[in-house]
Design a protein around this ligand. Structure first.
Ligand SMILES: [Zn+2]
Length: 462
């Protein structure tokens, strides 16, 4: 484990690893470094010392996507000396509107290799280390321990908790960001790092201190479902780079504070950015919420925490379960499910009675293509209406779109990939819309993805 002291040099950690960086780095910048970094070296607060700290530092970027690409560009441009990049995916065409470190000609290439190709063109001086894997409880500590500072540029909640936990245990500062659809957030955590269990004073919080529990999965949408605006996620990635450069160049908060935090620790803030597409002129969209310091009872960093690296490696805690990643199949009985192909066949043969086909995708998805006769009830709206019925006793029929049908008219439900539709079937039954079993409510297995695969290959599935 390497750390950077206030004078910018590395020291060896408890595991006794050695490093090749000089204890005192008072060298001159080379002519190329001098010219390449001159515009930032003269900025107050950077100087030659700050630049040498950047050159001597080791930074890990987890995720080479919408956040990781802009973040990597700016830390590479600034001269961070060693940059590790973790990502197990390959470049896809649908990535390119926001993942600006890749290119059309590199579709199909591993993202880590594609991004490093781009970064080497921008600045060949840093060492770039590819980790072409998904970060997991089994490999996270081995990878993170090789670096001084971590940037979480992933888009997965379970991974976010995992990275934070490992950073707590390895005492690494963490710059964490997230973005979906039209908003983004950013927070600096474990900065300065303090040992697990130390709660005296004003220790910096971890992700769990700020977000003790994940939001319910039904309230979360991925980029694939909700969509994402390139400038929004780009802005958050650039802001992450800014925070990382600040932490390293100033060397204020990189060192582990074993006897308590820095006297001058500022309370961390959660930066929230919201982008209003409907408003051409409007109020500025940045907000900063003050966050508290380390929580005494925090599961990861609090005084009675039992979290260990060995435990994480062996599956304790179970991150997917904690974030309730939905299982691939719920427990609807077979008679309440039908494949896309069987539904289509029955329709074509006129074997289906008059029915309602509810499509629970968001309206933007629906507007791009649908099954003939489908009516749209976006899942988010559906959940709100269902909650209102339970809370206020609104009429149950309010939940269905206005279509003239009888109370026993069967309902078929289709969504994007077949998960929301199962929940919708369960909720419709809970609300009594099955009329005690008189009315059939049926899930179309696999949603519009299955419709494309089994019925209509020309359907433009997003
Ligand atoms: Zn904590």
């Amino acid at each position: 484990m390497q750390q950077i002291t206030e004078d910018g040099t590395h020291i060896n950690g408890a595991n006794g690893t050695t490093n090749s960086i000089q204890d005192e780095d008072n060298r001159r910048l080379t002519d190329e470094e001098f010219e390449r970094y001159s515009r930032q070296v003269i900025v107050p607060g950077v100087g030659k010392e700050g630049q040498l700290r950047l050159i001597n530092s080791r930074l890990l970027i987890i995720g080479a996507g919408g956040l990781g690409c802009p973040a990597a560009q700016y830390v590479a441009g600034a001269g961070v000396g060693t940059i590790g990049i973790v990502d197990g995916d390959v470049v896809e065409l649908s990535n390119l509107h926001r993942q600006v470190g890749h290119s059309t000609s590199r579709i199909g290439m591993k993202k880590v290799d594609s991004l490093i190709t781009h970064l080497e063109g921008l600045n060949p001086l840093p060492s770039y280390i590819p980790h072409p894997v998904h970060i997991t409880p089994q490999n996270a500590a081995d990878i993170i321990s090789q670096y001084d500072l971590v940037m979480d540029c992933t888009d997965n909640l379970a991974t976010r908790y995992l990275i934070s936990d490992v950073c707590v245990l390895l005492q690494k500062p963490l710059v964490s960001a997230a973005s979906v659809q039209k908003s983004g957030q950013l927070i600096v955590l474990n900065c300065p790092p303090t040992p697990q269990g130390l709660v005296e004073g004003n220790c910096a919080p971890c992700y769990r201190c700020c977000f003790k529990k994940p939001p319910p999965p039904s309230s979360m949408m991925s980029c694939g479902e909700a969509g994402i605006m390139g400038p929004v996620v780009g802005m958050m990635g650039v802001a992450q780079a800014g925070e990382a450069i600040k932490i390293i160049a100033s060397a204020l908060h990189l060192t582990s504070q074993s006897d308590g935090p820095d006297r001058n620790l500022r309370q961390p803030s959660l930066l929230i950015y919201t982008y209003d597409l409907e408003s051409a002129v409007g109020p500025y969209s940045f907000r900063a919420l003050k966050m508290g310091s380390r929580k005494k009872n925090c599961f990861a960093c609090g005084e009675n925490s039992t979290l260990t690296l060995e435990g994480i490696k062996s599956g304790n805690p179970n991150y997917d379960q904690f974030c309730s990643v939905p299982a691939s199949s719920r427990s609807l009985p077979p008679e309440e499910r039908i494949t896309a192909a069987a539904y289509h066949r029955a329709r074509e043969r006129g074997e289906l009675p008059e029915h309602i086909l509810l499509d629970t995708r968001e309206k933007e998805h629906f507007s791009l293509g649908k099954i003939d006769g489908a009516v749209n009830l976006p899942f988010s709206r559906f959940l709100m209406k269902a909650a209102a019925i339970k809370r206020d006793g609104s009429p149950v029929d309010d939940i269905l779109p206005t279509v003239s049908t009888g109370v026993d008219t069967p309902i078929f439900v289709v969504c994007r990939r077949g998960l929301d539709s199962q929940e919708a079937v369960e909720k419709l039954k809970e609300l009594g819309l099955d009329n005690g079993g008189q009315r059939k409510i049926v899930d179309i297995i696999g949603g519009m993805k299955a419709w494309k695969e089994e019925v209509d290959p020309s359907f433009q599935f997003i």
